[in-house]
Design a binder for this molecule. Structure first.
Ligand code: ZN
Length: 222
């Protein structure tokens, strides 16, 4: 629709909902003009909607390489919740460079907040700081950015996370200081900044995330 009506050629759909958007991926699976990127809980194919989230799903035909699936597993006994630093690592290491190279005319964020801390379905812990970080990174890669609200089953988390996203969008993209001020307010930690978050994510990356990033990069290079 947007491609025809707005004269937009290349579109990124960035999906941070806890579930892989298998329907969306399928619609554009052979389409090189739509780059679909999803980071989602996988649990070795047992997390809904199942094996469709595997990292080998990179598109087909002309669309090969234009689907990026970043699946991660949560251990039942895991105390150190997957969250901001993991998502920031994946953005920096995998998603943002790919988007930069693709150079989209339009960015659509599939903003599902069931990946938020406190969500009963997601079981992970992205905080408003993490959503603000991703929003800022994505809209800095494409001036035309639209957000579409998806899941989110904890009302308080949904409210705080979507507010962080909208407040980020309201800041001038070039005003780095203002964005860092917002990060300090959201995190409640003095000294929080975009640069500091990126550095911390690189230093504290968990081996399982590093492994997925390697797998994704490897399968896309083929
Ligand atoms: Zn969902």
């Amino acid at each position: 629709m947007a491609q025809k009506e707005l004269g937009v050629k290349k579109v990124v759909i960035f999906d941070w909902d806890i579930h892989v958007g298998d329907g969306t991926a399928n619609v554009f699976y052979d389409d090189p003009s739509v780059l679909y990127i999803s980071i989602h809980r996988f649990d070795l194919g047992k997390f809904y909607p199942g094996p469709a989230g595997k990292h080998e799903r990179i598109g087909e035909g002309a669309g090969r390489g234009y689907n990026v699936h970043f699946p991660f597993n949560v251990q039942p006994s895991q105390k150190d919740l997957i969250g901001d630093r993991d998502y920031i690592y994946a953005c920096e290491q995998v998603f943002f460079p790919i988007i930069k190279e693709f150079n989209p005319d339009l960015m659509i964020i599939s903003a599902g907040f069931d990946s938020a801390l406190g969500d009963p379905l997601g079981g992970i812990g992205v905080t408003p700081t993490g959503y603000a970080y991703m929003t800022q990174g994505l809209r800095n890669l494409c001036k035309k950015t639209a957000v579409v609200l998806e899941g989110g089953y904890d009302l308080e988390a949904l409210e705080k996370s979507s507010e962080a996203m909208i407040r980020t969008l309201m800041i001038n993209p070039n005003d780095k200081d203002k964005f860092d001020e917002l990060l300090v307010e959201l995190s409640g930690v003095e000294g929080t900044s975009q640069t500091q978050l990126e550095t911390a994510a690189q230093i504290n990356v968990r081996p399982s995330f590093k492994q997925v990033a390697c797998n994704v990069a490897k399968v896309l290079k083929k």
